[in-house]
Write a protein that binds this ligand. Structure first.
Ligand code: SF4
Ligand code: SF4
Length: 439
């Protein structure tokens, strides 16, 4: 019975890490449903982009209040979780504050810093809740994109972080009081500049009650951390992990340069070379142009969908959206994720080649949204994790034009002019130099 808590902790930890691994494997499987694209070039530039955008939060601080609050939560999440290592080792070995004798005064400094960060996270979560529900940030409150689960998800994340930080500070407050009272097992260790303010609430408790409180908060904190870890893959908060690979694999081409569709390129080369022989086509595998469903997008576009923070910065800068058009680049990216999850689950159940009767284009994203885009690139520029909604819009449009011949009438006229006149206008090529002559 002496080792029962250690055994229970081991089972809990194994289950938490095991289920998280299972979920990560699932997401890798889904992202691999996308087409190949090569993002292995220029590694030095990629590391630099990741360091500036993901680690340095370079784009977040363009909006200072949200940026600074976000950095607090981000730093808190990572740095306080260093303490998780000690909690895990304590849980497995049955020790208490294992690192204290090893680190000496550095340990006191670290615990004190963690407490200030925990306070910072609490303040930042409070500010974010006010911003979200105070009605002053339209992209967060008055947007149809966030109705239902996305809104609930954001609330769950903020309240979970508040609960985790409160448990951490309460645990420390009870621990430091027990240290002061010389309770057995509670070695003198750590500095508690924030949680000591809770002492006035706890002073009246006896030693057994304080031990119960400290143990309760310790267990609830680690269970909460493991539960939150497993919640991440279902949530927009997954960006806290995926922001790093997603920025590493950013598009490093000049802004506005469109990706060449390999199938279109092959067709054009065939047209320009009369002696070229088309590759034999296996039955049922005719080349497709553009993207109709998530499997026609690249793996990077699918990774983008899992990395989206749903912050709405893209939509708030989209000129089409701002002039009342149906388009929201955030919704485009959220639709890719929703469709990918749906198709992924179906393929898990029915096999890797399963096809249902739905597609991203039509069932999730309408042509009206796609044709509202001005291709200005503002959404790409605004995104704090380098997501590229424009590339998805372009690929879906390509499918509309080249697969379904479903371009708007104005574009069809332009296509006809290009075909007949070699220019978008309705003038004969023979008249092209007329503007040089005096009338
Ligand atoms: S590229 Fe399109 S979707 Fe993106 S901001 Fe411009 S108009 Fe909006
Ligand atoms: S695509 Fe980028 S800017 Fe738009 S909501 Fe997602 S994370 Fe925010």
């Amino acid at each position: 019975m002496k080792y029962l808590p250690n055994i229970l902790f081991f089972i809990l930890l194994s289950a938490g890490i095991g289920f998280f691994t299972f979920q990560i494997k699932k997401i890798i499987r889904y992202v691999r449903m996308g087409r190949p694209t090569d993002r292995s070039d220029r590694p030095a530039e990629r590391w630099k982009t990741m360091a500036l955008v993901a680690l340095g939060q370079g784009k977040m601080v363009r909006r200072p209040l949200a940026g600074i609050m976000h950095i607090l939560i981000y730093a808190g999440f990572f740095i306080i979780n260093l303490e998780i290592l000690e909690i895990i080792l304590d849980g497995l070995l049955g020790t208490h504050r294992l690192f204290a004798p090893l680190l000496g005064e550095v340990y006191d400094f670290l615990i004190g810093s963690f407490e200030f960060l925990a306070l910072g996270v609490l303040v930042a979560c409070g500010v974010f809740l006010v911003r979200r529900y105070g009605g002053r940030v339209p992209r967060l409150v008055r947007s149809g994109d966030l109705k239902g689960w996305p809104s609930l998800d954001a609330t769950i994340i903020l309240f979970t972080e508040i609960v985790l930080m409160t448990l951490f500070l309460t645990m420390n407050a009870a621990d430091s009081l027990l240290q002061e009272r010389g309770a057995e097992h509670y070695v003198r260790a750590g500095a508690f500049p924030v949680s000591s303010f809770l002492h006035s609430f706890l002073q009246g408790f006896g030693e057994n009650t304080l031990i119960f409180l400290e143990r309760f908060c310790w267990w609830a904190h680690i269970i909460g951390v493991l539960a939150f870890l497993n919640y991440l893959p279902y949530s927009k908060h997954f960006h806290i992990i995926l922001a790093f690979p997603n920025t590493y694999f950013s598009n490093l081409e000049p802004k506005g340069k469109l990706r060449t569709d390999e199938n279109v390129l092959k067709e054009v080369k065939l047209m320009l070379d009369p002696s070229a022989q088309p590759e034999p086509v296996e039955s049922g595998s005719l080349p497709s142009f553009g993207a109709k469903d998530v499997t026609d997008l690249t793996w990077k576009q699918l990774l983008d969908a899992y990395s989206c923070t749903e912050c709405g910065r893209c939509t708030s800068e989209c000129p089409a959206h701002l002039t009342g058009k149906l388009l929201s680049p955030r919704k485009i990216i959220m639709s890719v994720r929703d469709r990918l999850e749906e198709l992924g689950r179906l393929r898990d159940k029915h096999g890797p080649d399963y096809k249902d009767d739905k597609t991203l284009l039509g069932h999730y994203i309408t042509p009206e949204e796609l044709w509202a885009c001005t291709t200005c690139n503002a959404c790409v520029e605004a995104c704090p994790v380098n997501i590229d909604p424009l590339s998805v819009i372009i690929d879906l449009r390509r499918s509309l034009v080249m697969e379904s011949s479903a371009a708007p009438a104005a574009l069809n006229m332009m296509f006809t002019n290009i075909e007949n006149n070699g220019a978008p206008w309705q003038f004969s090529p023979a008249d092209r130099a007329l503007w040089t002559t005096e009338s």
